[in-house]
Design a protein around this ligand. Structure first.
Ligand code: NAD
Length: 499
């Protein structure tokens, strides 16, 4: 049982791991065409875990040509949905059977607590694959309401070759949100994991093959964004690019598409999500615990992190104290391989420098530091930051406007409903928002007023595969999860027949 695996056991397993760092093309692991590699460094202790193939344009050419040939062969793209379902169910089962190995790779690679990798990332990835698989032989096409002597068929076809470019904060989970619907609808995929977290993407390619996915349907190209990522985004034979990552890179991908073949571009980007607590919240302790988790879970490296906590002025002081107490009690940084750790290491030195710079900016801009503010556990060689709370923030400060992507909370107070909604929506982002109130009408009015793709009422971060996930405004377009995700991976065709 995973729960009984001690830190020492995990460390022994880590020492014994054989880590694969090569690209996966046409059903085989291979070196980058250039032969170049880069170090995969663990943020837990600075150890080099593996040499990773540094793919570039030559690898993109090879993988896309291969993906196209397999797509055109029809071996996957024209196979019966029920057959694709079976293969993907086996793939999901294999992810579960290898859950401990995959969780260990994820934690070593990007620093999140092993208990989260085991409870959230790997089961979530298997679930995403299985959900899409199980749906695909239950969706029907349409017949248009035409005149009597005509027949109008509205059908969906796979788009062809999909390039999926994904981030490092939930490496396998974000990849699976793309792979599930992309593969279920019959496409060929070239997956580019983040250079900061390539290990699980590389590993699962072999599991997909073992499950029966035909060679070439899933290819994995590790490497940097400005080399292989850019090559895929500019490629004339990639039909669709699906992306999760920063708003900066998302905008760049739209430019690349315009400069090349007008490939479809679907983007899941950044956030600065408001968590709005009214004085009539049904349970202030529960709200405070959720606010703590919303900024500390996954070290704050979450696109939907509740990084702006908006609190009604009459309860501000008392509520900030409760949040600080909850963070102190339950969210201390610790060794990621210790099963009791709640907050792990930040992904790399660039990221920890960014987070520490924002903490400095909060101080400079006049916010009041209530908790944390420091790098800790430096003797481990790892990259750890205390959960940090700033009060007396106003929405024009840098720590309120910019996505920090670390455990840094900005508390802003408001006086009434309209002011709360105005502050909440005063952001370039629109990924998520939460509202806490016992007043049903107020909750619904807030849900309508908040310009965000997900709104939570009296909870933070709810949802599962049945509901779409994605952003308004500069948080992106299109949606992951649910049947709506299939729209990104299919073209609509109208066939008009004269009878
Ligand atoms: P990032 O934008 O730096 O990188 C994401 C991916 O894009 C990586 O694989 C990277 O190599 C690649 N890339 C970088 N430059 C590129 C280029 N010029 N051409 C092609 N590819 C390029 O983001 P990140 O730091 O990996 O992830 C953090 C960001 O992801 C945050 O902004 C976070 O909010 C966002 N995110 C969003 C969601 C969501 O569902 N909306 C989910 C998770 C993370």
């Amino acid at each position: 049982m995973s729960a009984s695996i001690s830190r020492q056991d995990w460390e022994q397993r880590a020492a014994a791991l054989q880590i694969q760092g090569q690209a996966f093309v046409a059903g085989q692991y291979q070196r980058a065409v250039s032969g170049e590699t880069f170090d995969c460094v663990s943020p837990i202790d600075g150890r080099v875990l593996a040499q990773i193939a540094s793919c570039d344009q030559a690898d993109a050419e090879q993988a896309v040509a291969n993906a196209r040939a397999v797509f055109d062969s029809g071996v996957w793209s024209r196979s019966a949905p029920a057959k694709r379902k079976k293969v993907m169910q086996r793939f999901a089962n294999l992810l579960e059977q290898h859950a401990e190995e995959l969780a260990l790779l994820e934690t070593l690679d990007m620093g999140k607590p092993i208990s989260d990798s085991l409870a959230v990332d790997i089961p979530g990835a298997a679930n995403a694959i299985r959900w899409s698989a199980e749906a695909i032989d239950k969706v029907y096409d349409e017949v248009a309401p035409t005149a009597h002597d005509e027949l109008g068929l509205i059908t969906r076809e796979p788009v062809g070759v999909v390039a999926a470019i994904v981030p490092w904060n939930f490496p396998l989970l974000m990849a699976s949100w793309k792979l599930g619907p992309a593969l279920a609808t019959g496409n060929s995929v070239v997956l580019k994991p983040s250079e900061k977290s390539p290990l699980t993407a590389i590993r699962i390619a072999a599991l997909a093959l073992e499950a029966g996915l035909p060679a070439g349907v899933l290819n994995v190209l590790p490497g940097y964004g400005h080399t292989v990522g850019k090559a895929l985004a500019l490629h004339m034979d990639v039909d669709t690019i699906v992306f999760t990552g920063s708003t900066r890179v998302a905008k760049q991908l739209m430019i690349y598409a315009g400069e090349s073949n007008m490939k479809r571009v679907w983007l899941e980007a950044g956030g600065k999500s408001p968590n709005v607590v009214f004085a009539d919240a049904p349970d202030l302790d529960a709200a405070a615990e959720a606010a703590a988790s919303a900024i500390a879970f996954n070290q704050g490296e979450v696109c939907t992190a509740g990084s702006r906590l908006l609190v009604e002025a009459s309860i501000k002081d008392v509520f900030v104290e409760k949040v600080a107490a909850a963070l102190k009690a339950s969210w201390a940084p610790g060794h990621p391989l210790d099963p009791n750790t709640a907050v792990g290491a930040l992904v790399d030195t660039t990221q920890i420098d960014t987070v520490l710079r924002y903490i400095e900016a909060g101080r400079e801009d006049g916010a009041r530091l209530v908790l944390g503010g420091n790098r800790v556990m430096q003797d481990t060689g790892g990259l750890f930051v205390e959960p940090t709370v700033f009060a007396d923030v106003n929405n024009s400060m840098r720590i309120a406007r910019e996505e920090i992507f670390g455990p840094v909370l900005s508390v802003i107070s408001f006086n009434d409903f309209d002011e709360a909604m105005a502050i909440a929506n005063d952001t370039i982002y629109g990924l998520a928002a939460a509202v806490w109130t016992a007043d049903l009408s107020k909750a619904h009015r807030a849900a309508r007023a908040l310009r965000a793709g997900s709104v939570w009422v009296n909870q933070y971060d709810g949802g599962d595969m049945t509901a779409p996930f994605g952003g308004f405004k500069q948080s992106g377009n299109g949606r992951d999860k649910s049947l709506h995700a299939f729209d990104k991976y299919t073209e609509l065709k109208s066939t008009w027949i004269k009878l």
